[in-house]
Design a protein around this ligand. Structure first.
Ligand code: GUN
Length: 287
C-alpha cells in the first residue's frame, strides 16, 4: 500500500493553522518565515514557490528574498545578521545549494540557532544528538518518522530501521530520530558490505542516497515499511523527464508492507515540517 504524504502533510497543516490562530489570539504573535534564494536554480525556485504558498495558507507571514547569483558571501552574511535581529522573523531558511563562491557552512553557522528552521546549525544538531528540548529538527527526517508512524502506529520500539545514506541533512538526523523512537538503527552507505542483505534486515527502510531506483524488490523484507527520500530527475527514451525516488517503486511495491511514492511521499511532508518548525520557533522564542 502507498503511504500518502500529501494527505499526511495536509492533516499537519490543518493542525498548524489552529496553532497559528492560537498564537495570534493569545500572544499576538504571527509566525513569520523568510526564505532566502540565491541564484536561478530551477528546482530550488519550485521548492521556494511551494514553501511560500503553503506558509501563507496556514496563516503565517511569508517573506522571500531573491538574490542574484553573483551575490557575495559578505552581502548574504549582512542580510542574515539583519534577519537574526528582526522580531517579526521567527524562521530563516537559506535554500541550498548555494553558488560555489559562498561557504555553506559559514552561512549555516551565522543563522541564529533559535531561527534555524532547517535545523542545520551545530547548536541544533548537538541538541538533537543530546536529546535536549528546544532543538529545531531537520524537516525531511521529521517527515520520515511521521510517515513511518502513519503506517505502523505511534510505537516503533524494537523495530529495526535501516537508513541508507549518512548526510547531515537526512541520514544522520533521521538515524537519531528513529533511535529516540526506540528502534534499533543501522546506518548503511556506499561502503557497506552486501548492502542488499543489510537492507533485507529492515522493518523500516529509509533510502536517502540520491541514486535513482537503486533499491530493488530483493533488497526488501516482505511487509517492510519503505520510506523513499530520493528525488531524482531521469531522462526517458523519448527525451521526456520523470521524477523517481531512490527506490524502484514498481518493483518494490508488491513486496513492501507500505511504501512512500515519489512524488507525493516525503516531499510534501518536508515542507509541512518546515512550517511546523517555524510555529515551534515562534512558540518557544517569539516575542
Ligand atoms: N535544498 C534541498 N533540500 C533543502 C532543505 O531541506 N533545506 C534547504 N535550506 N535547502 C534545501
Amino acid at each position: 500500500m502507498n503511504i500518502d504524504g500529501k494527505q499526511a502533510a495536509a492533516e499537519l497543516r490543518v493542525r498548524l493553522a489552529k496553532e497559528v490562530d492560537a498564537l495570534q489570539s493569545e500572544r499576538g504573535i504571527t509566525p513569520g518565515l523568510t526564505v532566502v534564494l540565491v541564484g536561478e536554480d530551477p528546482a530550488s525556485q519550485v521548492y521556494v514557490r511551494n514553501k511560500v504558498k503553503q506558509t501563507r495558507e496556514v496563516g503565517m507571514i511569508s517573506n522571500e528574498i531573491r538574490l542574484d547569483e553573483s551575490t557575495t558571501e559578505e552581502a548574504l552574511l549582512t542580510i542574515l545578521a539583519e534577519l537574526n535581529i528582526d522580531d517579526t522573523v521567527h524562521g530563516i531558511l537559506v535554500q541550498l545549494p548555494l553558488p560555489k563562491h559562498i561557504n555553506e557552512e559559514k552561512i549555516i553557522a551565522t543563522i541564529k540557532p533559535e531561527k534555524d528552521v532547517d535545523g542545520f546549525h551545530a547548536m541544533n544538531s548537538g541538541r538533537l544528538l543530546n536529546g535536549e528540548k528546544g532543538a529545531l529538527v531537520p524537516c525531511t527526517p521529521q517527515g520520515c518518522v511521521i510517515l513511518a508512524k502513519h503506517h505502523l502506529g505511534d510505537d516503533l520500539s524494537g523495530k529495526h530501521a535501516v537508513i541508507i545514506g549518512r548526510s547531515n541533512i537526512v541520514g544522520k538526523p533521521v538515524s537519531i530520530l528513529f533511535l529516540q523512537e526506540n528502534c534499533t538503527v543501522t546506518i548503511a552507505h556506499s561502503r557497506t558490505q552486501d548492502l542488499p542483505n543489510m537492507c533485507r534486515q529492515a522493518d523500516i527502510l529509509v533510502a536517502a542516497v540520491g541514486r535513482p531506483e537503486m533499491v530493488k524488490a530483493d533488497w526488501v523484507k516482505p511487509g517492510a515499511t519503505v520510506i523513499d527520500v530520493g528525488i531524482n530527475r531521469i531522462e526517458l527514451s523519448d527525451g521526456k523527464t520523470k521524477l523517481v525516488g531512490d527506490v524502484d517503486f514498481n518493483d518494490v511495491s508488491p513486496v513492501a508492507g507500505a511504501i512512500t511514492p515519489v512524488p507525493g511521499g516525503v516531499g510534501p511532508m518536508t515542507i509541512a515540517c518546515l512550517l511546523k518548525n517555524t510555529v515551534e520557533a515562534a512558540k518557544i522564542y517569539g516575542k
